[in-house]
Design a protein around this ligand. Structure first.
Ligand code: PAF
Length: 294
């Protein structure tokens, strides 16, 4: 299967339409490039459920804050295209900023509620940028199955709700977080980590794995599930943005004084040096991250 690269939304849309006219289904994987095995596993999952896999590669400026890493975000297009080819991707959409944000654009998509906690207050404007670009990407792709990693759990919930609320003809599906052998969640930002920071970062999946084991052993007190994660990460020398328990669907806060129900999101955002890492497990749903130190 040959790889077709499109820069224009209209061309990408026409290519996806042609697949649908032949009776095919598009499996769509939106990305910001710097593709790693995690992205490629999403492509494999898309191929298993659809006839033709489409990937978008676009470093979206509106989801980065003024002090974030937009300028230095890794851009590896040639390598990304090779990787797509090797995984049977048929269409890649690599638009310019001008294509996605026409001069004087004034339109933004905001999802309320779900964006008010966790990364929302830490990264003002981030989810508005994500919802806006994903809405545009969905319009460009047309009816499809779109796959997103669960590492960005809040993002997944925001996109699911946006697609539902705005009646997009898109089925949004989450895919299990893909991890390194030592448990660290794959992320394009892992390349920023020094060997020492990388070693410290392994404590994140390790702490989440310990929480999964405590939950499996019957612990339901929020403080006893959340507190040890926070303590372990602080002790390891990570600077914490948050360690929180939340309802897994509406992302409503679960106080330390409460007990968790059948399922609960345990989410972490922490800095190793200047690199912000996020990870999570849904207690009662996800297995303990494998490979992490005890
Ligand atoms: O997760 C990402 O790579 C990005 O946030 C996304 C969904 C492609 C939107 O730019």
């Amino acid at each position: 299967m040959s790889l077709h690269v499109h820069q224009r939304a209209a061309d990408f849309h026409a290519a996806c339409e042609a697949v649908r006219r032949r009776g095919g289904r598009i499996g769509f994987v939106p990305t910001m490039g710097a593709l790693h095995e995690g992205h490629l596993k999403l492509c494999d999952a898309a191929r298993a459920r659809a006839n033709s896999v489409a990937v978008s590669i676009f470093v979206n400026p509106t989801q980065f804050g003024p002090n974030e890493d937009f300028a230095r975000y890794p851009r590896t297009l040639e390598r990304d295209l090779e990787a797509c080819k090797s995984r049977g991707v048929e269409h890649v959409f690599t638009p310019s900023v001008e294509e996605m944000y026409p001069k004087n654009d004034r339109t933004r998509v905001r999802v309320e509620g779900l964006t008010e906690g966790l990364c929302g207050p830490k990264r003002p404007g981030h989810f508005e940028g994500v919802a806006t670009i994903v809405a545009k990407l969905f319009l460009a792709a047309g009816p499809c199955l779109a796959i997103f990693g669960r590492k960005d759990y809040q993002q997944l919930k925001v996109i699911e709700r946006m697609a539902r609320d705005l009646l997009f003809p898109v089925t949004v599906q989450g895919h299990a977080t893909i991890r390194e052998a030592d448990g660290l969640a794959l992320s394009s930002r892992n390349v920023y980590l020094s060997p020492e920071q990388r070693n410290t970062a392994r404590q994140i999946p390790a702490a989440l794995a310990a929480a999964v084991r405590r939950f499996a052993a019957g612990e339901r007190r929020a403080a006893e599930l959340r507190g040890p994660v926070e303590a372990r990460l602080r002790e390891a020398g990570l600077r914490l943005d948050y360690v929180e328990l939340r309802g897994p669907d509406e992302l409503d806060a679960i106080e330390d004084s409460a007990e968790v129900g059948e399922r609960a999101l345990l989410a972490v955002a922490a800095f190793a040096g200047s690199t912000r890492l996020i990870d999570n497990v849904v207690l009662g749903e996800d297995p303990a991250p494998e490979g992490a130190p005890e």
